[in-house]
Design a protein around this ligand. Structure first.
Ligand SMILES: [Zn+2]
Length: 490
C-alpha cells in the first residue's frame, strides 16, 4: 500500500479485517470501478473520509495477464461462439494468473478462464475466472484495452468467482513479440536474427548460458545437441533449476529459450557427439549460420571442428580451465583463421587445461592410476566465458548488417581470447599483478585477444596430404588411403 498515513493505514486494516471475518465493520472499503479507486469510509466520522488509493497503489487484486497474440488468433472463434475457454497458470496462491499461451513453463496449479463478449454470459461449470470484453467508448487505451483485428478497442474486465463473491482482477494484455523487439531495437537495429540458426553443441553451464543469451538477443532458430541429463550437482551452475533434475539438458535449455523468446524454433537432440554418429551431427551442423561448441572433451571438439571446417561454417568454442580459474574462447572462420586442430597443435598445454566438472571428465583425464578430483568452478567464473562466446557468435550472425554492435568487429579481430578469473597458484598467471595496481601489465579480469596463425598443413583445415606427400617427395595420388577421417562418410 502506498499510503504512509498511520490513520489511513488503520482504517484500511479495520476494513480488511471486517471483510475477512465477514462481519460489518465501522469502516468500509469501496471500489469505484470507473475511477479505479478504492474509497474507505468510516462510520460515525464527521465527514466520510475517502482514502482515494488507486487499485494500482494498493496492489490488492490479483494480476491477470493475457496474451494479445492468442486473442487475435482466436478472435474469429470468440465472435462466432460468443466465448472462448482459456487456461491460466495460477502463481502464489492465485496472486498472479498468467495466460498459459504466453509461455512453456506452467505453474504448479492452474485455473480455467472464459473470455466472452456478453456480460450476461452463463459461465461453463468449473470456470473460475470470467473475462468480459466490451467496446470502449473512446477513453484512453490502457493495459486492459484490447484492439481487435478490425481496429475496434475493447475494455476488459475480469473477476474470480469465490462462492457468490466476485473478486475483481487487474488485467494486463501482453503483446510479447513487439514488446521484446522494442527493447532490443535500440542496440541491434535489425530483425535479421530471427531468421538465423545457431547450433549449440554441449548444453552445460557455458553452452546453456550462451544459448539463452542469444535467445534474448532475438535469435530465432536453435538446434541443441547434448546427451546429458541435468543432475542435482549441476544445479549450482547450470541455468536449469532443481525442479528440472533428470531432464535432458537440451530440453531444459529449450524451455528456457522459449521463456525468453516464445517465437523461437528450437529442436532438441539428446544424442552423443562422437564418431559413431558424425553423419547425423554433420546434417544438423549444415543448417547452422554459426555453431557454438561448449563440450568439454577434446575428441568432441575436434569432431565438431572437422565437420564445421568441412561445411565452411563459423564455430565458436568456449572452455573453462580447471576449477574455472579462467578460460578461453576460440573463433574459427574455416580456411581463414586457425581452426581447433591448428590450436591444439600450436598450443597443446592451453588446449588441454580443461575444467573437470563431472566424473566422466575426471575419468577421461586420469591417464594414470591417480584419481582426478571433480573440481567444477563457480558459475560466476564460467559466465564471463559464456558471455564472450555469445557475443562472438552474435557478431558473426550480424555479419554486414547495420548494428551498433558492429563497431566491436574492430575489437574482436583476433581468433583466440583469454580470460583469467584469478591468479591461480601453480599456473603461469600466479604472479600477475593485482588488477587495481596495473596500468599496462597483464592482469586478471581483462580479455586478451591473441593472434594465432593458421597451420597451412593442418589435418583439418590445411593441405595436410599435400604437405605429407611433399615431405616424402611423392605425388598425393601415390599416398595410400588414410584411415577414415571423422569428417568423411564411410
Ligand atoms: Zn586447422
Amino acid at each position: 500500500m502506498s499510503t504512509s498515513d498511520p490513520q489511513q493505514q488503520q482504517m484500511i486494516r479495520e476494513a480488511m479485517k471486517s471483510i475477512a471475518e465477514r462481519r460489518p465493520g465501522r469502516t468500509k472499503l469501496v471500489y469505484d470501478k470507473t475511477k479505479r479507486t478504492i474509497v474507505a469510509v468510516a462510520e460515525g466520522a464527521q465527514a466520510p473520509r475517502a482514502l482515494n488509493i488507486t487499485a494500482d497503489d494498493a496492489d490488492m487484486f490479483a494480476a491477470l495477464t493475457l496474451s494479445t497474440a492468442w486473442l487475435r488468433d482466436h478472435w474469429d472463434d470468440l465472435t462466432r461462439d460468443g466465448y472462448a475457454p482459456l487456461s491460466l497458470s495460477s502463481w502464489d496462491d492465485g496472486d498472479a494468473l498468467t495466460h498459459a499461451a504466453l509461455g512453456v513453463i506452467p505453474a504448479a496449479s492452474s485455473a480455467t478462464g472464459c473470455i466472452t463478449l456478453d456480460p450476461a454470459f452463463q459461465l461453463p461449470q468449473g470456470t473460475a475466472i470470467a473475462i468480459v470484453l466490451q467496446p470502449g467508448d473512446g477513453e484512453k487505451p490502457d493495459a486492459a484495452t484490447f484492439t481487435c483485428p478490425d481496429g475496434t478497442a475493447y475494455r476488459t474486465t475480469a473477476w474470480r468467482h469465490d462462492g457468490d463473491t466476485r473478486l475483481p482482477l487487474d488485467i494486463c494484455f501482453a503483446d510479447v513479440q513487439p514488446e521484446l523487439a522494442t527493447r532490443r531495437s535500440g542496440i541491434l537495429e535489425t530483425t535479421v536474427l530471427k531468421d538465423k540458426t545457431v547450433v549449440v553443441i554441449g548444453l552445460g553451464t557455458g553452452g546453456g548460458h550462451a544459448a539463452i543469451e542469444l535467445a534474448k538477443c532475438g535469435v530465432g532458430n536453435f538446434i541443441l545437441i547434448d546427451r546429458d541429463r541435468l543432475s542435482v550437482g549441476n544445479v549450482v551452475r547450470h541455468p536449469g533449476g532443481i525442479s528440472q533434475v533428470g531432464r535432458f539438458k537440451v530440453n531444459v535449455i529449450r524451455d528456457l529459450i522459449l521463456e525468453k523468446n516464445p517465437d523461437a524454433k528450437v529442436s532438441a537432440y539428446p544424442v552423443a557427439v562422437d564418431y559413431d554418429n558424425h553423419g547425423d551431427i554433420r546434417e544438423l551442423i549444415a543448417q547452422a549460420n554459426v555453431v557454438v561448441c561448449g563440450t568439454d572433451s577434446r575428441p568432441s571438439k575436434l569432431l565438431v571442428n572437422q565437420l564445421c571446417v568441412e561445411a565452411g561454417i563459423v564455430a565458436v568454442y568456449g572452455g573453462a580451465f580447471r576449477r574455472a580459474y579462467g578460460g578461453q574462447v576460440l573463433r574459427v572462420r574455416p580456411k581463414e583463421s586457425a581452426c581447433h586442430q591448428c590450436f591444439v597443435a600450436a598450443m597443446p598445454d592451453q588446449a588441454s587445461d580443461v575444467e573437470i566438472s563431472t566424473a566422466a571428465d575426471a575419468e577421461g583425464i586420469a591417464y594414470s592410476d591417480q584419481p582426478v578430483a571433480i573440481e567444477p568452478g563457480l558459475s560466476l567464473d564460467v559466465l564471463p566465458i559464456a558471455n564472450m562466446v555469445a557475443k562472438l557468435a552474435l557478431l558473426e550472425l550480424l555479419a554486414d548488417r547495420d548494428s551498433s554492435l558492429n563497431i566491436l568487429k574492430r575489437d574482436f579481430a583476433a581468433p583466440w581470447y583469454l580470460w583469467l578469473n584469478r591468479p591461480e597458484p601453480g599456473t603461469e598467471y600466479a604472479s600477475w599483478p593485482p588488477l587495481s595496481e596495473s596500468m599496462d601489465e597483464m592482469t586478471i579480469h581483462r580479455w586478451y585477444g591473441i593472434e594465432l596463425p593458421r597451420d597451412e598443413e593442418c589435418s583439418a583445415c590445411g593441405n595436410f596430404l599435400g604437405a605429407l606427400a611433399a615431405n616424402y617427395g611423392l605425388s598425393v595420388d601415390a599416398l595410400p588411403d588414410l584411415p577414415v577421417s571423422p569428417g568423411k562418410d564411410r
